[in-house]
Design a protein around this ligand. Structure first.
Ligand code: AMP
Length: 169
């Protein structure tokens, strides 16, 4: 299934969750074409690159859905990057700026080479904070992958790593 075909199942919801935001709703895509969606993410890394990944980290909550499915497909472990207050200690945290105010992400420390996964790249604030957090938690972040890059930022990078995207707007 082509990426263009997958795009047809992503709905646009205007002014959600706030006025001025065009929300990309992946629920129909997950419902109708989950396996090809995960396959599209799988293809973002070469076999050599996959061989250098120990585990996937997903950002709550749609990053869990995509990241966990991809981890299982590849026989890798899965690491939770959660919103504040959900994980028991020990945790490391990272505060980051949102459009209005700020948020905090948390994870439990660990070791290994990670692929970090989320659903949508908008300003890049969430992915940037999550990557910093993974490093703070003792992980080695090797690659970043999102299902959708809204292209609000031109050439997003964390350190020298670009955000690879299966679908671009
Ligand atoms: P950002 O930190 O601005 O890159 O926003 C990325 C996070 O917010 C992701 O975890 C997305 O789930 C969510 N998000 C931001 N903008 C949108 C959008 N237009 N449609 C769907 N999700 C979005």
């Amino acid at each position: 299934m082509t990426h263009l075909h997958l795009k047809k199942y992503i709905l646009e919801s205007a002014d959600f969750p706030r006025p001025g935001i065009l929300f990309r709703d992946i629920a129909p895509l997950l419902r109708e074409h989950f396996a090809p969606t995960v396959e599209a993410l799988d293809g973002l890394l070469s076999e050599t690159e996959w061989g250098e990944i120990d585990a996937l980290a997903g950002i709550e909550s749609r990053g869990f859905v995509l990241g966990a499915a991809l981890a299982a497909r590849r026989g890798k472990g899965f690491v939770l990057v959660r919103k504040q207050g959900k994980l028991p200690p020990p945790v490391v945290d990272m505060r980051y700026d949102l459009e209005y105010g700020s948020g905090v992400l948390e994870m439990q420390p660990g070791r290994g080479r990670l692929l970090l996964v989320d659903d949508v790249l908008a300003t890049g604030g969430t992915l940037n904070a999550a990557a910093e957090l993974c490093e703070r938690g003792g992980y080695d972040v090797r690659a970043l992958a999102v299902l959708i890059d809204l292209r609000l930022v031109d050439g997003f990078r964390w350190r020298d790593l670009p955000a690879r995207a299966a679908i671009v707007y």
